[in-house]
Structures are given as structure tokens and as C-alpha cells.
Ligand binder design. Sequence first.
Ligand SMILES: [Zn+2]
Length: 402
Amino acid sequence: MATARIYNVHTHIFNFKCVPSGFLTNYLPRPLVKLLSPLLRWYPSAWVLSRLMGLVPVQMVKKYRSFLAVGIRNTPQLVFEDMAGSYTEENVGFVILPMNFDYMGGGAAPANYATQLQLVADVKRAYPNKCFPFLGIDPRMGTSIEILNFVKSYFEPVFKGFHGIKLYPALGFYPTDDRLEQVYAYAEEMGIPILTHCTRGGAFYAGKKVPPELFQYRTFNPTPVTIARHTQAFYSQLTTLPPKNACNAFLDPVNYYDILNRFPKLKLCFAHFGGDEEILKFLAQPTADQGTLNGGYNNTASWYYIIKDLMAIFPNVYTDISYTLYDTTTNHGIVAAIKNDLQTPIGSRILFGTDFFMTLQEKDEKSLYTDFRTALDNGPLWENLAYSNPKTFLSSSYYAVP
Ligand SMILES: [Zn+2]
């Protein structure tokens, strides 16, 4: 039997040398990070540490152990090979999502963002048909023309094998920032896919406090929708909240209306379908009034609901099920909800992704995708999710996915 081709549109292969110690404070207490971060960056000591953690019979420690075991690998290529090795029955193209950690207020990483991109380019050279990297961008990288030129240099005059753009607003910016407007115009024109982190979980600004000026809403296209949204109670409390919660302002899917209103054909994927907790929140009260885009969503509206609204309005808005797919517990209803969504008009824009290696905190990669594939009966819905839908998402003027 021929091995089926599939695409996993959401994976990470940066190792701990690519992250500032501030990134680790998103997951572990600060004093512990001070102690651990030098150990984690030298393979022999990191290996011993991860072995020792295996001996501690505490679920929380176990949870981080496999995550650490991958993060301590010497190069992103070894992380990539770890991941690819989990797929024995399918021929997989992996979208690799580098992240620019240089502006997250977490200090300097041993390997900065430019180095991380070179390391990812090495993996692309080694595995040209398996590795589909995106470019992570952040408005703080430069002026709008500098950022546009940076992106363009990967597509013109020759295509350099980077297939799309990644945003991670929780690191401290609004996606509506005027410095990104020209990139959106270019991406819309050329059909270049953009993928943005959209769940309340994950990494966030790593300083003890987010500088208040970052919360000033910067947008190149203020619309009544976002103006009203930013008068809601949550937005007036931002400077008093811890960064973990306050950074949700940067992730709010409603912000993207400003972008989509100006660039309605933009190919934009909201990662994680808003997150498992937002889906569960919706499923707990499926008939509750969530509000509407034009009338204003309620303060408590589920991001899952909002993303589906945006998908219904804009023809090239996508979502991926990465991380969220780990919860295959039947009575939680997440799989049933996604299965149902796959059979609606937005179903052709839902994408398979896992969020390797963040998900190692929950499940190993093989169980992650085989459990979900089984839940979809390994039939046409799986085929759409893992092949047909990603094929359309990833194809651009520069590259047609076979
Ligand atoms: Zn991710």
C-alpha cells in the first residue's frame, strides 16, 4: 500500500539554545530557571537532569520530563528527526514554526533569532520534501519597509524554501501593528499563508511586567468592531494583570477584524482553534448568547466561537487543531465538535497540526496523531484535515503543493 502524504501544519523544532531563559520562566518558577537554565543548555548536564526527573514520582515533573528531553537536543535538526521518527505509516510534510524570542523581554538566548533561522534552513536543506519552514516575524524587528524586505528576501528573486509567515503576538505586540501592514498586503497578493498563535495557553511576554506602552492598541485600520472591543472591562485592567493573563489582549481573535477588513482575501490560520478550554467553555453552554461581530461579542465569548464566525465571513481564514487535538476523551466532546465542524462549510479550512514538541507535556507524538486519526475513523474527514485542506493552505504563487 502506498504511504499516504499528509501535512502537519504546526510544529516547533527550536532547542533550548534558541530560547532566552525568560521563555523557561513561562513554564517554571523564576528561581528554578536561574538554577536550571545553564544546566539545560549543556547536553551532558541536561541529560543527567532529565534522567533524575524520571525518578521523581510526581505527575507535574513527569509532565515536563519528555518536553525537556527533546528541548535539550544539541540542534534543531535532531529535534526534527525525533519528531519525524514518530511517523512510521505516513509520508509527512512538517510546517516548522520558528519563533523570534529576541523581543519577549526574557534576555538573550545563546542562539539569537538570526541563528535559529540558519539552523532551520540547514534542516530544510537536509530534508527538502519533509521540512516546510515558515518565517517568524515581530513588528519590533524594524521599520515596516525593513520587515517587508526581510520577508520578501525569502521569496524573491529566488524562493528560499520558507513557505509562510508565523506570528506569536503574546510575546508582546498587536498583530494589527502598522509595521506589519505591508507584509499583509504582500502576503494577500501572493497567497502566502500566515499562521498565528491563538489560545490563552503557551508562551508570553517574559518580563516581570509588560511595559504599559505595549498595551496601547496599535492598528493600521481602526474599525468600529475593535474600537468597541477595546472599551470592554478586560482592556482597562491590562496593566494590573500578570503578563500571563494580560497578554491575552494581544491574542484576542477580534483584533484580526481590522486586518481582514482591509485584506479580506488574506490566508490566515488561527492556531489551536482557540484552545481546548475555549471549546469546552462553548460546549458547556452551547446555546448561551456570545454576542456578534458587529454588535460586539460578550466579554466571556468563546474564542472558538469567534474564530468560527471569522471563518464564515472571510473565505481564506483557517484554523488548526494543534495542541487542542490531544483531548480525545469522548465525554469532553472536543473530537465530536471538530468532527462536526469538518462537515460544515468551514470544514475545508480546518487543518491538522500537533504543536510538537510543546504537546509532549500531554502525549507522545505518535499517540497524538494516531488517536485523533482513529477518532476520525481514518476516513475522508482525516484525509481532508491532513492532506486536502493543508494543500490549499500551503500553496502560494511561489510554491504549489503536489
Ligand atoms: Zn505552537
